[in-house]
Design a protein around this ligand. Structure first.
Ligand code: ADP
Length: 544
């Protein structure tokens, strides 16, 4: 017997309608290319999203057509999220930091019909133009006064495009399984792969993320997503913040600027900020050097890479800011786990709480987890057994765009292979030990590169650290620690290695340390281990 409940579709436009009705006056503050502090309201953004929807329809777009963005976080980008998806088109967010050949691949593979771009990426697109000939036109996200001269064909000014439309549009209704957004993984191996979100997955993911034990958003919050709108939909914040009616502060091109972030946090009263660890390193360094304290901030959501213990401690002890670690992937919309305290653990000491906070987090409703051995047998949740991490749920991808199962990333029983290796403890807290391809196997036993990196980063003279496996005649592989010293700091190999004493098992201690000026990073700010391994391809451990 079927239940007797209404079947209203979970559409992105329903979030727009809700936000506009219940939270019209909530502010959206943006740093844009043409304004250092632009202020508007949710009502303004949603009205303009409808004008944009009407303009897009006039361009002859059909449901499912891809419309791309190459832009920083600001109110216009937010309007495009709603204007494009709300109409049933697919909002394809592109990371401008990708290599030109990756950009060309992605734009052509996605078959983007129009591209919305910030002024600063116009020259980049002009260069790519001969290789992206199928794009029909470009919308430059600015007003007439700031519209640049450009050789891009059909280049339109954003304000002119939407200014010509009325806001009378009613969002169309369609199946909630219709594609809403497209985001390519950075593709550190092989070509980038497209993850195609749908309206249902997007709404469910945003809904769950509001819960107090997940991101915990309310209408009283002010949120600063430093995670870019082109990185897994800024972890869903453009949707969840609008569902909650929170105030949004969008840092535009100032993502990597510690001082600018500090000023935004303090002047706008930001309670929660979200971003990858490298961003917070910049902010913490600025605060340290300038003798500033983060007074307004209550918590940071940090993920995308392992969060160093030293960072969680600095936030806690120097700024009284709680760090909520999260783990997920582009393929998972992205939230898989978040790290909040479970009932029964309140009595842990401050140090034990810090240890717990370095784990990726615990399961949230809607995303199932399991770890398996090489034969696919499920491993126990004892915090010791580690294995390949697999996930399943309504906001996990079932395939990649136009790859028809050829990526081989799903098991026969319908789980997604994350490519991460993890332990899960009795309480359900997940700890990522490595990417499958980064695992170091020494004498048949696994060594966690993430744990070694985390430990090294706790040394005050270390700015950044990465560990890679190097072949070893006796142990097959041993860890090499690659370190960037903090500015003006002296640190030698012996002092670095001595620092590991008592912090990790003695046989885990790296065999050697190499000091470098900088580490290679991916477009999303993670250490690019593939590149690092190439740099050290000819390296051999000193003979004992
Ligand atoms: P990209 O492909 O752009 O690097 P993702 O953001 O999808 O994109 O990367 C997901 C991967 O990042 C995960 O599979 C995992 O290896 C790593 N990661 C994310 N969060 C964490 C975390 N909290 N701890 C350790 N690794 C993490």
């Amino acid at each position: 017997m079927r239940g007797l409940m209404m079947d209203t579709p979970l559409l992105v436009s329903s979030i727009a309608e809700h936000a506009e009705k219940f939270h019209p006056d909530r502010e959206i503050v943006s740093v844009t290319m043409d304004n250092p502090l632009h202020r508007c309201t949710i009502a303004d953004v949603m009205t303009r999203a409808r004008q944009l929807g009407a303009a897009l329809a006039k361009l002859g777009l059909k449901q499912g057509d891809r419309v791309a963005t190459i832009a920083w976080n600001d109110f216009r980008h937010l309007e495009i999220y709603y204007g494009v998806s709300g109409m049933g088109y697919v909002c394809h967010t592109i990371n401008p930091r990708l290599f030109p050949e990756q950009l060309v691949f992605i734009i052509n593979h996605a078959e983007d019909r129009w591209i919305f771009t910030d002024v600063m990426f116009v020259p980049l697109l002009e260069k790519l133009l001969p290789q992206i000939g199928n794009v029909e036109g470009f919308v430059v996200m600015t007003d007439e006064a700031n519209m640049p001269e450009t050789s891009l064909p059909n280049a339109v000014c954003y304000e002119t495009l939407i200014g010509a439309e009325s806001a009378d549009l009613e969002w169309p209704q369609f199946d909630e399984r219709t594609a809403s957004a497209l985001c390519y993984t950075s593709g550190t191996t092989g070509d980038p792969k497209g993850v195609l979100y749908d309206h249902r997955s997007t709404v469910l993911h945003a809904y769950v993320s509001l819960a107090p034990d997940v991101i915990g958003l309310s209408s009283r919050d002010t949120i600063l997503p430093v995670v870019p709108l082109f990185h897994v939909n800024a972890w869903g914040i453009p949707y969840s913040a609008m569902m909650a009616g929170a105030k949004l502060v969008l840092p535009g091109p100032k993502m990597g600027d510690g001082e600018a972030l500090y000023n935004l946090i303090e002047s706008e009263g930001v309670h929660m900020a979200a971003g990858v660890p490298t961003v917070w390193l910049g902010l913490l360094q600025y605060c340290e050097q300038a003798g500033k304290r983060l007074d307004a901030l209550e918590r940071t959501l940090v993920g995308g890479a392992a969060v160093p213990r030293a960072m969680i401690q600095a936030f806690r002890d120097k700024h009284d800011v709680e760090t909520v670690q999260g783990w997920g992937m582009t393929e998972m919309s992205p939230l898989g786990v978040t790290n909040t305290l479970k009932a029964g653990l309140e009595g842990l000491s401050a140090d034990e709480k810090l240890d717990l906070a370095t784990k990726a987090g615990r399961g949230l409703y809607g995303c199932e987890l399991r770890i398996v051995d090489d034969e696919g047998n499920e491993l126990p949740w004892d915090g010791v057994a580690y294995g390949a991490l697999q996930v399943r749920g309504p906001w996990v991808c079932s395939d990649y765009f136009k790859l028809d199962g050829s990526a081989g990333t799903h098991t026969d029983d319908g789980w997604f292979e994350t490519g991460d290796v993890a332990t899960i403890d009795k309480q359900g807290y997940l700890a990522i030990t490595d990417r499958t391809k980064d695992v170091i196997k020494s004498g048949g036993e696994w060594i966690s590169s993430i744990e070694l990196e985390n430990t090294a980063m706790g040394h005050p003279a270390v700015a950044e650290a990465a560990v890679i496996g190097i072949s070893h005649p006796k142990w097959t592989e041993r860890p090499l620690l690659v370190v960037v010293r903090a500015e003006g700091q002296d640190l030698d190999k012996d002092e670095m290695l001595a620092y590991f004493d008592g912090k990790v098992a003695s046989w885990w201690v790296p065999t050697d340390v190499a000091f470098v000026d900088e580490l290679p990073h991916t477009a999303t700010g993670k250490v690019k281990k593939i590149e690092l391994r190439k740099q050290f391809a000819d390296y051999a451990f000193p003979e004992d």
